[in-house]
Unconditional design. Structure first.
Length: 159
């Protein structure tokens, strides 16, 4: 005698399995722009422009130096006059971001805007004063740390 499988049980089990899979794989992904802590800054350029001391934004590590702990990437564009850099700093958490930006805190030549606190219009107005035609939507990393001007953290480096 062959064992019979109740069709209702079979379809019920398959339906539950499909529903569970849809719930797991159907979750919307978080936009990379909403991941991590971000600050946008206007900082002066530094460095002599030599191999030993390359020209870079004030926050960027020099040759042979690493990004501060917890910093995922630093992306920048130079201002039209070359005296300033428009910088996006992405950190894993607020504590890491604050520690990394402590060295420029309170400097009169640095302007800081935090994601979720500062208005887009204020950021663009400040940045357009340094770089004509600046577009915040094109500037932000959106989770692609391989774009030009970006220094991504190296996997496995403890950052």
């Amino acid at each position: 005698m062959k064992p019979s499988i109740n069709k209702a049980v079979l379809f019920g089990t398959a339906g539950c399995l499909l529903t569970a899979c849809a719930a797991v794989f159907g979750q919307p992904t978080v936009s990379p722009f909403n991941w991590g802590e971000r600050s946008l800054l206007v900082v002066p350029m530094t460095g002599a422009g030599t191999n030993e001391n390359p020209r870079r934004p004030l926050l960027m590590p020099g040759r042979g130096e690493e990004l501060p702990a917890g910093i995922v990437s630093i992306r920048y564009e130079e201002s039209d006059d070359g005296k300033f850099a428009l910088v996006e700093v992405v950190a894993r958490d607020r504590k890491s971001l604050e520690a990394a930006l402590q060295s420029v805190s309170g400097r009169p030549d640095v302007r800081r805007f935090d994601k979720g606190v500062s208005r887009k219009e204020d950021i663009e107005a400040e940045f357009r004063g340094k770089k004509r035609g600046f577009d915040l939507d094109r500037f932000v990393t959106h989770g692609n740390p391989g774009r030009p001007g970006t220094t991504p953290a190296t996997p496995g480096s403890g950052r």
